[in-house]
Design a protein around this ligand. Sequence first.
Ligand SMILES: NC(=O)c1ccc[n+]([C@@H]2O[C@H](COP(=O)([O-])OP(=O)(O)OC[C@H]3O[C@@H](n4cnc5c(N)ncnc54)[C@H](OP(=O)(O)O)[C@@H]3O)[C@@H](O)[C@H]2O)c1
Length: 246
Amino acid sequence: VHRLIADATPVVADDLIAGLDLAGRAPAQRPYTIVNFATSADGRATVDGRSGGLGDEGDHEIFRALRGAADAVMAGPGTLSAERYGRMIKDPDRRRLRERRGLAPEPIAVTVTRSGHVATDIPLFAEPEARVVVFSAAPIDLGGAAAQVQTVRAEPEALTMSWVMAQLRADHDVRLLLCEGGPSVFAALLRERLVDELFLTVAAKLAAGEGPGITAGPALPEPANLTLEWALQSDQSLYLRYAVRN
Ligand SMILES: NC(=O)c1ccc[n+]([C@@H]2O[C@H](COP(=O)([O-])OP(=O)(O)OC[C@H]3O[C@@H](n4cnc5c(N)ncnc54)[C@H](OP(=O)(O)O)[C@@H]3O)[C@@H](O)[C@H]2O)c1
């Protein structure tokens, strides 16, 4: 056991994350896959049903930096509707920065549904410049969405996360996939051993209540082991980066 010695040198999350070249680590058959979550100190991933109450400015900085580097952002239907997703990168300066780095102005938004129930009344689907890919085992009513939506259909038994990953890499050239949850989708990726890294904000808050943790559903056959890659701090929150030892 040892005490972490605070290095008070400020870091810029954007530079730190862009400098990792995470996309360059993608294997041939799937994207390099990172997951970003916030948790309260007592392990809750929501306050009043949403994650917003757990994020502070440092969390937002990392959130923006990760989106800034990703080719695609995956969120489950539960998260899309609870968080009312909008366009991926709202700030035009940040879209231009991505282009200077050789990326599309915005990451593709990706979701996966077996039931076909995706809330299309969220701002994301009303944004004409948004590119959205929906992997679905059932027909989807897009309800006149203005966004550029591609629906990829699969038989229910074929709709695995591994298959989704292979499609994203082969058909959409996704090298870095950022999964923003929710707990059910994160656990599904873990079960198929598809997660390379976890970025975890530990908010200096206690929430109690019945909110979920950062994973949900059946236990993994055995716990996934993590390696701590870094620990950052601002105000009272911690921002941890773990590699998942698959
Ligand atoms: N603290 C944070 O950082 C954070 C981050 C994200 C979300 N959240 C919170 O988490 C909550 C939503 O989480 P959630 O777990 O209910 O929803 P979710 O993980 O966003 O979406 C769950 C849905 O994903 C679909 N899905 C497709 N393939 C799946 C598979 N193999 N396994 C499991 N699900 C699969 C299912 O939809 P079908 O039923 O259509 O098949 C399932 O109902 C919200 O309250 C949100 O605010 C917190």
